[in-house]
Design a protein around this ligand. Sequence first.
Ligand SMILES: Nc1ncnc2c1ncn2[C@@H]1O[C@H](COP(=O)(O)OP(=O)(O)O)[C@@H](O)[C@H]1O
Ligand SMILES: [Mg+2]
Length: 223
Amino acid sequence: MEHVISAENLTLAYGRDEPIITEAQMKINPNEFVFITGKSGSGKSTILKSMYGELVPKRGDLKVCGVNIKSITSSKLNVLRRYLGIVFQDYRLINEWTVEKNVMLPLMIGGFSKGVCLKQAQKLLKHVKLLHKADKYPLELSGGEQQRVAMARALAHNPVMILADEPTGNLDEYSSEVIWDLLKNAREHLGTTVVVVTHHIPSTLGIDYKHFFLESGVVYEVS
Ligand SMILES: Nc1ncnc2c1ncn2[C@@H]1O[C@H](COP(=O)(O)OP(=O)(O)O)[C@@H](O)[C@H]1O
Ligand SMILES: [Mg+2]
């Protein structure tokens, strides 16, 4: 099968600034578990941004789920994003909506019936051990709980690939464990491709993974 991500000589830059990433080669296979590491400011979030089509490559090629990001139209981008689950470091939940409605969001966008959305949201909230908080609002939850809601939301529509930016960055041990378990299970049972930016690769994961390390604009594959 085709790669989920295929980057060839990928160069990323903001406007006319010096490139952040230069001539990167990256191949990510379906169902792979991938870590991206590197010092703060090395370009980890920038790479994820390009993978969900928020930053167009300066040079080189980037294909995500077979779609060429360089020449993508906004309607094609909307379709592509339905195949992706995205988790930001700062959660980005909708604070005026209940936890349950937040998780239902990608399904509602997908046009599923209310009953289906509700059932799926409850299933995911159970996976992140937050079913008892379904009717709460995000700001009534701890940071770790909010990040688990964000993770449930990103997986609700069963994405081909989840892109997570330091999802366990500031979390306590329990919430981190819930999140690693969830990502591991999504890969194992749903076939999800998992791409995670992290500053610490957990030693207890017990699965094979691919590791890209960023330094001075260069992407190294660590083996
Ligand atoms: N929107 C932006 N405009 C200009 N420069 C940016 C922007 N976002 C990030 N950068 C710069 O790109 C570099 C890499 O940032 P980032 O990808 O966020 O690093 P990391 O996630 O590894 O900490 C930094 O030098 C940062 O200042
Ligand atoms: Mg970052």
